[in-house]
Design a protein around this ligand. Structure first.
Ligand SMILES: Nc1ncnc2c1ncn2[C@@H]1O[C@H](COP(=O)(O)OP(=O)(O)OP(=O)(O)O)[C@@H](O)[C@H]1O
Length: 312
């Protein structure tokens, strides 16, 4: 008998004789919903600090919101986060990091669900159908796993009203039709409010103040009112805002030239390339910046960095 075969046999036997419970063993091979699993807050902090550039507010609020929520054994409502900002500033990127820290398979997990407005809810005439489907889908998934995560991308392209269908699930009810939604997490992504965020960032810049001095209180109230009154935010006159069901409005600041450079270096590192500062500068200089007079913020954030790098 080969030593390897013996090792496997011993491993299997010890597992079966009680070092690992049946559930542990099962969950090594199949994905399990572990509702009580704690969040590794320091790992999430490290990951956000290392990978997410130029977003001190988003990093701080996301960490605070998730640790508070996951440490609470008895939350009174699901966690709802609304992420706002210009294109390419990291909203999808952060959602992916958050998803991976909650369910290790991230967006591929059976317990993480991504809805894209233009893909899943494209027709204005079908709002009623979408509302029914959305309710059924969320009810089914939360019944199967209470700590399910739902991400709604392109909220600004969602017809007003669709999202209000899930309002009862986001409220302070202990149960709705026998299902508790209190451990679920809902994340909304939107470009709405990007103009308000940029204006405040620009005001700070013009006043010679540091970007890192912008505080949540400078932005959050403006953002919630702005989004509520914006017909194209997906949350126009929404009961979710009206009833204070959104826990955090999280601003993503527009990215500057130095952040774009950081994204380029990160992408080179991810590809296993040696970092060549000449290429970094060349790619960064190909990007376009606004406003016209000062050219501070990247029009597309870090969004086209990957494809531009292919040309160098
Ligand atoms: N702040 C950031 N820090 C690090 N990388 C970033 C950041 N913002 C964007 N990126 C990089 O750019 C890519 C595109 O960004 P992402 O898809 O997160 O933008 P977005 O804000 O969701 O844009 P949109 O509103 O257009 O959907 C990411 O996959 C990531 O590689």
């Amino acid at each position: 008998v080969e030593p390897i075969t013996v090792g496997i046999a011993i491993g299997a036997a010890s597992a079966l004789t009680g070092y690992l419970s049946y559930k542990d063993l099962y969950c090594r091979f199949a994905e399990c919903c572990r509702e009580e699993q704690r969040l590794n807050a320091s790992a999430l902090k490290l990951e956000l600090e290392e990978k997410l550039f130029g977003q001190h507010l988003a990093t701080e609020v996301i960490l605070k919101a998730l640790t508070g929520f996951k440490n609470n054994k008895n939350p009174k409502k699901p966690l709802t986060l609304s992420l706002h900002g210009w294109a390419g500033t990291g909203k999808n990127f952060v959602s992916q990091i958050v998803a991976e820290n909650l369910h290790s398979k991230g967006l591929k997990s059976n317990f993480v669900h991504l809805f894209v407005s233009t893909l899943h809810f494209p027709h204005e005439q079908q709002i009623k159908l979408y509302q029914d489907q959305l309710q059924g889908w969320i009810r089914g998934n939360v019944s199967a796993c209470a700590s399910s995560v739902f991400i709604f991308d392109e909220m600004d392209k969602l017809h007003p009203g669709v999202i209000d269908a899930i309002k009862p699930f986001l409220d302070y009810y202990e149960q709705v039709d026998g299902v508790s939604y209190r451990k679920a997490i809902f994340i909304f992504l939107s470009n709405a409010g990007g103009d308000l965020i940029t204006k405040i960032a620009l005001d700070f810049w013009r006043a010679g103040r540091k970007r890192e001095d912008i505080q949540l209180k400078d932005l959050e109230p403006v953002l919630s009112v702005g989004v509520f009154n914006n017909k194209h935010s997906g949350l126009w006159h929404s009961g979710l805002i009206d009833r204070n069901l959104i826990d955090y409005f999280i601003p993503f600041l527009p990215l500057e030239y130095r952040h774009v450079k950081m994204c380029i270096r990160a992408e080179m590192r991810a590809r296993g390339s040696v970092i060549d500062e000449d290429i970094v500068t060349r790619v960064a200089e190909e990007m376009t910046f606004f406003p016209k007079s000062e050219k501070i913020y990247s029009d597309k954030g870090c969004k086209t960095v990957q494809s531009r790098l292919d040309f160098h």
